[in-house]
Design a protein around this ligand. Structure first.
Ligand code: THU
Length: 130
């Protein structure tokens, strides 16, 4: 299954009764394996989690810590972009040149690298004086 198919399929399982905005994410890890996630909302709104966070958690739970490619899809007018927090989460496990494809269910796609999505990312090197 392709990354786009995996993201489109898992989106159906999103739990989004508060926003009614379902998001699906799929990532390819270094092994070649695909990991998927969807947003999971909560009545205590800040406790909800994004689709990207779910896919990352599934990858790490499977014992992998390097992602090579990401695909995110939602029913939005323009391709859905990862929130700021998820950009930092993705940067934890992906190199600066990792491609993130953002898509609409209608078929539009935009691809940007992690460096483009999160210029000046906070990284381990910022703590070199500690
Ligand atoms: N959301 C994601 O899961 N990923 C994104 O890239 C953007 C936003 C979710 C969070 C929340 O459940 C809903 O979309 C509305 O913000």
């Amino acid at each position: 299954m392709s990354l786009s198919e995996a993201a489109r399929t898992v989106r159906d399982n999103a739990y989004a009764p508060y926003s009614n905005f379902k998001v699906g994410a799929a990532l390819r890890a270094a092994s070649g394996g695909i990991f998927i996630g969807c947003n999971v909302e909560n009545v205590a709104y800040p406790e909800g989690t994004c689709a990207e966070a779910g896919a990352i958690a599934a990858m790490v739970a499977a014992g992998e810590t390097e992602l090579l490619e990401v695909y995110v899809i939602a029913d939005s007018p323009d391709p859905v972009t990862p929130c700021g927090g998820c950009r930092q989460k993705l940067a934890e496990f992906g190199a600066r040149d990792v491609k993130v494809t953002m898509a609409t269910t209608a078929g539009s796609e935009t691809t940007l690298t992690l460096a483009e999505l999160l210029p000046g990312a906070f990284s381990q090197s910022h703590m070199d004086n500690t």
